[in-house]
Design a protein around this ligand. Structure first.
Ligand code: HEM
Length: 82
């Protein structure tokens, strides 16, 4: 999505708490999932394990995320591209 701003990994890494906002990456997408934290079926604390970084390794481990529905849910929180 070329219309979205680009972020560096360092920008994402700074957003690893509720005060600054909780950002994650998936592939080259950057997502602000602060408002989703408390709605996560797997719990906020599990999502926080990925705060400020990539969810890819976690989603590889927890394959129930591998659904079009969940990918489009995540896309709704997109703020940019790496
Ligand atoms: C379940 C979304 C990150 C662990 C789910 C479900 C959704 C979801 C929609 C329900 C799946 C279903 O029942 O079919 C997301 C989103 C994430 C994220 C949008 C990132 C923004 C993570 C991370 C972990 C994780 C980083 C692990 C460290 C789990 C687990 C469940 C789950 C264990 C199963 C919970 C249960 O059924 O009791 N997630 N997830 N998720 N998620 Fe996530």
């Amino acid at each position: 999505k070329p219309s979205l701003p680009e972020f560096h990994l360092e920008d994402v890494a700074l957003h690893n708490n509720k005060e600054r906002g909780v950002w994650v990456t998936y592939k080259d997408g950057v997502y602000d999932v602060t408002d989703f934290l408390e709605m996560h079926p797997g719990g906020a604390s599990r999502l926080m394990l990925a705060a400020g970084g990539a969810i890819d390794p976690f989603w590889a481990m927890y394959q129930q995320h591998n659904q079009e529905e969940i990918r489009s849910l995540l896309e709704g929180y997109r703020i940019g591209t790496l």
